[in-house]
Design a protein. Structure first.
Length: 103
């Protein structure tokens, strides 16, 4: 029981939640950069990793937006990144405010 109280006083969830959301935002940014590189095929393991991590965030937005590109840049990925970044920031604030301080 004392160990749980010690862990609670460290506010581990208040440290873990921003790390998780920060990791997701970095993965989304890398996916946008990878979408601008036409020499990497979708079957590449690195591309597949970031696609699998960020797919649940990007795929609903991709279905709504029409395909837009300026030369090599995929604008759809950039718009999805901006919207997802905003949504994750709001969600992170809501989650952090819902977690008690000493938990």
């Amino acid at each position: 029981m004392a160990a749980l109280q010690t862990l609670g006083s460290l506010n581990l969830l208040h440290m873990f939640v921003p790390l998780l959301f920060g990791f997701l935002i970095i993965c989304m940014f890398i996916r946008v950069i990878l979408s601008w590189l036409p020499m990497l095929p979708p079957g590449n393991p690195i591309v597949r990793f970031f696609t699998n991590i960020t797919g649940p965030l990007y795929d609903p937005i991709y279905r709504v937006l029409p395909r837009m590109s300026v030369s090599m840049l995929d604008l759809r990925a950039t718009i999805a990144f901006i919207f997802s970044w905003w949504a994750l920031t709001v969600l992170e604030g809501l989650v952090l405010s819902a977690i008690p301080l000493r938990w």
